[in-house]
Design a protein around this ligand. Structure first.
Ligand code: NAI
Length: 272
């Protein structure tokens, strides 16, 4: 958090009601985890259609969890799913939802201006005790928070994809994992662009040789090529001489073609 919470009333407030803004890859996962830990959750996005897709995704993910957890007693699995789903509702009106919320977790597009505009508007609508957090992968929290007047109740809450499986949440400045992972993935693309290896070979090499569960191209498809591009472009703008942050023509081309990875059915690979 930007400033210590110790002097803030927020420290003593129990978090019961959580608003998640953005029902994409990350937001849906965060909503699932928050609902599974007994919070009352409202998931917000820009359209009912998107929210329907998010809700479907959460239900399928819970079914997978229940299948493993209640392999012996499927009827308990069904009750488990229903109990968690009951904790989640959806809305397209963030400003009215936050009027009764203790914590806002934002997981919308990785763009500073869009995030600032959202938080600026929510700051006026949310009660004083409400804590704001961003799931940003690369933007400085202080820059996002500058659009609000609650700097002592604003933090980074950086989850990992897939949220229900990954145990880490980071709020350290600098985002250790992404600072290492994004340049690594982009180096893999550059290696391929130079003709030094097919994407399949590079993926197999990193899985077998480094023990990674996914190769860099599989991981890029999983993260989202648009999100990866937003991150690298942002860093490149801040530090244009750093070769680790140099833009990749191939990544840019795929994004321009709308091939954003698993979420659109095609990125570096085709997905069913
Ligand atoms: P996504 O593209 O899957 O989802 C973003 C969602 O936000 C979309 O459903 C979009 O309709 C919605 N949205 C956009 N503007 C909005 C607004 N003003 N109000 C309400 N909803 C809005 O993106 P993803 O991957 O879930 O990323 C979201 C955030 O999480 C980004 O800041 C990203 O950097 C961060 N992140 C992403 C990770 C990944 O592996 N994809 C990992 C960790 C963080």
């Amino acid at each position: 958090f930007i400033r210590s919470l110790s002097s803030s009333a927020a420290l003593h407030a129990a978090i019961k009601h959580v608003t998640i803004i953005g029902g994409g890859l990350m937001g849906a996962g965060i909503a699932q985890v928050a609902a599974s830990t007994g919070h009352s959750v409202v998931l917000v996005d820009t359209s009912e259609d998107i929210l329907k897709k998010s809700a479907k995704g959460i239900e399928s993910s819970l079914k997978r969890v229940a299948k493993k957890k209640f392999a012996e007693k499927p009827e308990d699995g069904e009750a488990f799913i229903q109990k968690i789903l009951k904790n989640i509702s959806t809305s397209t009106d963030a400003a009215s939802v936050v009027q009764g919320t203790d914590l806002v977790v934002e997981a919308i597009v990785e763009n500073l201006k869009v995030k600032q505009d959202l938080f600026g508007a929510l700051d006026k609508a949310a009660p004083e005790h409400t804590i704001f957090a961003s799931n940003t992968s690369s933007l400085p929290i202080a820059d996002i928070a500058s659009s609000t007047a609650r700097l002592d109740r604003f933090g980074g809450l950086h989850f990992f994809n897939p949220v229900p499986m990954m145990k880490l949440v980071e709020d350290t400045p600098g985002f250790i994992v992404n600072r290492l992972l994004v340049p690594y993935m982009l180096e893999a693309v550059r290696l391929h662009e130079r003709g030094h290896g097919s994407k399949e070979d590079i993926d197999v090499a990193m899985k077998l040789g480094a023990g990674y569960p996914m190769g860099p191209f599989e991981l890029l498809d999983y993260v989202g090529l648009d999100t990866s591009k937003f991150i690298i472009d942002g860093w490149h703008e801040k530090d244009p001489d750093n070769p680790l942050f140099a833009p990749s023509p191939l990544l840019n081309k795929l994004v321009a073609e709308g091939k954003l990875g698993k979420k659109t059915g095609e990125g570096f690979y085709k997905h069913k």
